[in-house]
Design a binder for this molecule. Structure first.
Ligand SMILES: [Fe+2]
Length: 713
């Protein structure tokens, strides 16, 4: 790999004044913190032990989490452990042991570092109200700071409460709790809401939504937002009136958890309670039936296959739902049918109803990305076929993929260097560890972009770009011997860690949270005509690591010849093509949508998105981006958090943006039992009307993705 690929996009992610540079996170570690109280006698062997919140010399505490190295979460976990406990005056200090399992970026092999011990002592000055770190053992350069431990004197006991002490409210405009609510009452029968403004009478159909519904099971809480039980919502629109329903997806994981009243199925970020009935042999057997071993909680998206609707996550298990009653009808195991071990949550539905998706399969020569085609018609799943296969770059590290692209002639696979470590997957299955522990980020490797010929499934072009993380491709199309590819990009995958439940709960105290979540929509322009063999080394790139400034020096020809494009592409000495994107909009844009019916895979001008900038003046902003003129329009309202904006075209659209934006809304700051449907004029992003449903029997959490199911008369 050429040094030239180490050209960061820092300039794209540093636009906000709120953004301050900090360390780049490079590894995912497993951190366990355990501790004991040490009696005043100094006899710490055997150590007295404690349980959470109770002063007793009979128990110890331990917490294990996957955290990025050197991140805020690491510090907060240690703080949480300390603060969760009460120390009696008979003890002199707490002894903590911190164990880290570090994922080597070179080999991908995990290893355990030496345990570290930190001694927390009560100061000798009885009037001092703070505990401080007094000693760090076996640790030369640890930067852990636990110096703000408050003493709350109560009959000789000391309790620590970081939340009251450390609460800073760094993002006063953002209420992340809209994601963390749990639905307590399904609304099975449609209820009428209160309409204000004018909802156009030509809108007839159902806005179907999917997303996190409950972050808890019994007394247990999931670790990650993506673990939350899927909750389906339906806003049915008919002649200007709207009804609302919501219902949990009745996956096997949901039913098993409900029956056990605890988490018994391992999710993306949460390990299940140990199942004493599952032997090691059963765990080994599950390696060969990954769909059985994975949770079937499909809480990401909803897509139509002909006139049927299916809920998707990344497991190859999808669920058919009734788009009127939201009832869960049938479970399909695509691993059994096609051998895929996962697939993207965002298949593409073509204008003729044909559906494509990309999954990961295992071939004789190793893992490969495969494009599945589901021809429109009856029995779409029986008639599906693999139309392309592409070997993964690294056999033991296939890329994590949430979306893919499609144009008139190409399937586009973007192979980012966030990978699923196969050895870690095997270990996780055997050890019952969550999937997120298997993700491995290679910050020094390129992101590869592959163009596969739709005609014959052959790989036609390969491009390279600097490492970036992404979930959502916005759109893609061909023009004048180039392929234009627009992606919501992040510098690295830290935003996945930002969606741990405790990270979200603590985000108001985390000065890095907005930066870690910083993303921007970028445009890559991929030239289809380029020299296949370089005569001499004529091009090079340079990065000034000392000043950390971009000094992108090129000698040679920019291969992008598209008018008005600032994106560039150059041949590297090894013959590969390196692409440098341009910024489409200086706002964080997530869950992007386009005029899908007419502009999927072809030239387009507009996309619509929610803001992903938690430090924005209103983090609940809806954004319309004009990718041609690089302009934007926004809509927002204080304390309102709209969902993914879905464009619904007018019955006879005259322009690309002739239609409406539909988005569900929830409210922050404790207004939990309240949901609504928002209708905007897509041309000017002005509100046409809305329907609100107040005083619901329980909280409504914010949702992720959905589909507008047009009513067929
Ligand atoms: Fe998504």
């Amino acid at each position: 790999m050429s040094e030239a690929l180490h050209v960061p996009y820092s300039s794209y992610f540093d636009k906000s004044p709120a953004h301050t540079p900090t360390k780049v996170l490079q590894t995912l570690d497993l951190l366990s913190v355990s501790g004991s109280f040490v009696p005043k006698s100094g006899d710490a062997s055997p150590l007295s032990e404690i349980s959470s919140g109770v002063s007793t010399p009979s128990k110890s505490f331990k917490r294990v989490q996957t955290v990025p190295k050197d991140s805020y979460r690491r510090k907060s976990l240690i703080s949480d452990v300390c603060f969760d406990h009460t120390i009696s005056d008979e003890f002199s200090h707490i002894q903590l042991s911190i164990n880290e399992r570090r994922m080597s970026t070179e080999s991908g092999i995990s290893s355990f570092s030496r345990p570290r011990s930190i001694k927390l002592s009560k100061p000798s000055d009885e009037n001092n109200s703070k505990f401080i770190v007094t000693k760090i053992i076996n640790d030369e350069d640890d930067e852990i700071e636990i110096v703000d431990l408050d003493e709350d004197e109560d009959e000789g006991n000391f309790s620590f409460n970081p939340k009251t002490k450390l609460k800073e409210n760094l993002y006063p405009n953002c209420d992340v709790n809209v994601w963390l609510r749990s639905c307590e009452h399904e609304i099975i029968e449609p209820i009428r809401g209160e309409v204000s403004g004018q909802i156009p009478k030509w809108i007839n159909g159902s806005l179907l939504r999917n997303g996190p519904g409950s972050i808890k099971v019994g007394s247990m809480t999931f670790n990650h937002l993506f673990d939350s039980s899927a909750l389906l919502h339906r806003f049915d629109i008919f002649h200007g009136n709207v009804t609302y329903q919501c219902r949990f997806l009745k996956s096997d994981a949901y039913k098993k958890n409900l029956a056990a009243n605890r988490v018994v199925v391992t999710e993306f970020g949460t390990a299940s309670c140990p199942d004493p009935c599952q032997s090691i042999f059963q765990r080994v057997a599950s390696l060969f039936k990954p769909a059985d071993a994975n949770s079937d909680n499909a809480m990401i998206s909803i897509y139509p296959f002909n006139d049927e609707y299916f809920c998707f996550a990344e497991s190859p298990i999808i669920h058919k739902i009734d788009s009127v009653t939201l009832e869960t009808l049938e479970k399909l195991n695509l691993h059994e049918k096609y051998g895929i071990v996962n697939h993207t949550s965002h298949p593409h539905v073509m204008s003729d109803g044909t559906v494509y998706n990309v999954g990961l399969t295992v071939t004789k020569s190793g893992p490969a990305y495969c494009v599945l085609c589901f021809p429109n018609g009856e029995n779409m799943f029986d008639n599906a076929r693999v139309v392309a296969e592409l070997p993964t770059r690294w056999k033991l590290h296939p890329s994590y993929m949430h979306t893919f692209g499609i144009t008139e002639h190409f399937f586009i696979i973007v192979e980012q260097p966030l990978t699923v470590s196969v050895p870690a997957v095997v270990k996780s299955q055997l050890m019952n560890e969550p999937m997120i522990s298997c993700l491995k980020w290679f910050p020094d490797k390129s992101t590869n972009i592959y163009l596969i010929d739709r005609e014959n499934g052959q790989l036609r072009h390969t491009f390279q770009a600097e490492a970036f993380f992404f979930l959502h491709i916005i759109n893609q199309y061909e023009k004048d011997d180039h392929v234009i590819l627009d992606i919501s990009c992040y510098k690295d995958p830290e935003m996945l860690n930002c969606m741990y439940i405790d990270s979200m709960k603590n985000m108001q105290n985390n000065p890095d949270y907005a930066k870690l979540f910083r993303g921007r929509p970028l445009r890559f322009v991929l030239p289809l005509k380029y020299p296949t063999k370089l005569k001499s080394l004529t091009n090079f790139f340079a990065w000034n690591y000392e000043t950390n400034e971009e000094s992108f020096k090129v000698i040679g020809e920019n291969l992008v010849n598209l008018k008005d494009s600032e994106a560039t592409a150059f041949s590297l000495p090894d013959g590969s093509i390196f692409c440098k994107p341009e910024l489409l909009c200086n706002l964080g844009c997530e869950t992007p949508r386009i005029h899908y019916e007419q502009h999927l895979g072809v030239e387009y001008q507009y996309f619509y998105a929610i803001s992903s900038d938690v430090d924005a003046s209103n983090p609940g902003t809806l954004i319309k981006v004009d990718v041609v003129n690089k302009t934007k329009l926004t809509w927002c309202e204080t304390n309102v958090y709209p969902s993914e904006p879905i464009f619904v075209p007018s019955p006879d659209p005259q322009t690309e943006d002739d239609g409406v934006i539909l988005a569900s809304m929830v409210w922050g700051n404790g207004d939990e039992n309240h949901v609504g449907l928002l209708v905007l004029d897509a041309k000017n992003m002005q509100e046409l009307g809305r329907c609100e449903f107040k005083n619901l029997p329980g909280p409504v959490p914010k949702c992720l993705h959905g589909w507008f199911a047009e009513r067929k008369f």
